[in-house]
Design a protein around this ligand. Sequence first.
Ligand code: SF4
Length: 308
Amino acid sequence: MEVYLAQPRGFCAGVVRAIEIVERALEKYGPPVYVRHEIVHNKYVVESLKNKGAIFVEELSEVPPKSVTVFSAHGVARSVEEEAAARDLPVLNATCPLVTKVHNQGKRYITKGRTLILIGHAGHPEVEGTMGQVPAPVLLVQSVQEVKALTLPADTPVAYITQTTLSVDDTRDIIAALQARFTDIQGPDIRDICYATQNRQSAVRDLSKLVDVILVVGAANSSNSNRLREIGTEAGVASYLIADGSELNPEWLKNARTVGITAGASAPEVLVDDVIEAMRRIGPVKVSVLPGREENIEFRLPAQLAAS
Ligand code: SF4
């Protein structure tokens, strides 16, 4: 079987930084270090950090006084920051700088007196964090239908921002619907969209032109991994999201000569290797990496950890 690996795939700079923050905090302060929410949406990553002494909680009320606390890459609402400050918790903020950029953009639009619209998925921690960072009500839209259902007058000054794990292609129709619906509308520069989301989605589109089946390595609750699988399916290729090699179903590969593999931004390469190993147990495999866009973005660590 021919296996093609998408390029780029897997970890983005925001995920690398978030994991490094937990690891460095464990080294500097010693375990335990508390992490609010899964640091990134991947069980393997979470388990390996647990083994090093991280404790994952959903609410700050679960964190004992004075314990070092990390906020996940998805960002948090102001109320969470305020709760941490009120409890005097030493916080390391692993919010991806690109998510923070969206928060700041939203705040700027509010300051200019615009009604803010967020394009994103209800209930996703990044969306909850963004809505809770902006000091005004935010309207969440998830589809063109929801744009049409908005009851604001057409001449309301509005602005939109988007969840980072949606790409230009994901938001194009919704933005077009917003522009048709409102006469005075502003939005961020298209270049502000997360580079990693865009690159991984373009790479899976290239992959879909070459292969019979696509395997996306990633967690079931990872928004960007699910989107990669959907893109494969939309391109007409049978596409499956799997956490690791143990979830590989040999039936999927029965009639496949070529298989494409990619990985969501929070999935480590070791899990891609695990899937390839599982394929080798089914039959001989020849692996090649597709040419693709090179990424060399790195984000700085928080000041408390940078010097350590
Ligand atoms: S996918 Fe983009 S926004 Fe999300 S953590 Fe990675 S770099 Fe940051």
